[in-house]
Design a protein. Structure first.
Length: 246
């Protein structure tokens, strides 16, 4: 785990706090209205440096981040914050090419919405991301898979006893695969489990999540022991023993 990296805590009695980084005044005001209609507490800032300062100072529950911000680009903001905390990040982007979107996900964003977006679509994505981030389960016992400990109640993953910071999507991906060890999932099936029925997210997104997850939990991400590729089909979590070859 990166030294000094913050782990956010969530207090259910407090209103959900959403930080918005958007430099277009009209878009920023619309976002504020959408979010406040859901009874969220909203902070709006207009440049990347202010996003970083507000995120560190206020520790919001969710960040809506426009990628084309002045002073510090949204992609750099995403990279910096992901190195410091597990704050859920929803990208807002007019960069609709797949490579730009995958780059944002690769830097640690949890999800994205392309402009122009509908208020209903945006609010649905916000609710889904918050629900995944704040989900609580009744079980107090963490699932153990080899050297990996998965604790849904605390939303934590430990490898060899060390806390590993993952995004909401990465946590859910590992949870789904490990709960079904040995079963093969296609990219489409994993996409449905992780991102729901969103038709704007492609199956390549799963490959990005898998690559990032392996880098965090595997001793050698090029020769994974846990999250395995089944060529021509998809991915699976290794059967008992957890020493299967790639």
């Amino acid at each position: 785990m990166t030294a000094g990296r913050a782990v956010r805590t969530y207090h259910q009695s407090m209103p959900v706090h959403v930080l918005v980084g958007e430099d277009d005044p009209l878009q920023a005001e619309l976002l504020r209205r959408y979010l406040e209609s859901e009874l969220y507490r909203v902070t709006v800032v207009s440049d990347g440096r202010s996003v970083l300062e507000a995120a560190r100072r206020e520790q919001p529950d969710l960040l809506l981040l426009d990628l084309m911000l002045p002073r510090v680009d949204g992609l750099d903001v995403c990279r910096i914050l992901r190195a410091e905390s597990d704050l859920p990040i929803l990208m807002l982007t007019a960069r609709s090419t797949e490579d730009d979107i995958l780059l944002g996900l690769d830097l640690g964003a949890d999800d994205y919405v392309t402009k122009p977006y509908s208020p209903r679509q945006l609010m649905a994505r916000v609710r889904t991301l918050l629900r995944r981030s704040h989900a609580k389960v009744q079980e107090d016992v963490a699932a153990i898979a080899g050297a990996i400990e998965i604790d849904p109640a605390r939303h934590e993953i430990r490898v060899n006893g060390n806390l590993v910071e993952v995004t909401v999507a990465e946590f859910r991906l590992l949870e789904v695969l490990s709960e079904n060890a040995g079963l093969v999932f296609t990219r489409a099936q994993l996409l449905e489990r992780i991102h729901g029925s969103d038709r704007f997210i492609t199956e390549r997104t799963i490959d990005v999540h898998i690559r990032n997850l392996r880098a965090k939990i595997e001793d050698d991400s090029a020769r994974p022991r846990y999250v395995l590729t089944v060529y021509g089909v998809g991915y699976k979590f290794a059967d008992a023993g957890y020493d299967a070859p790639q």
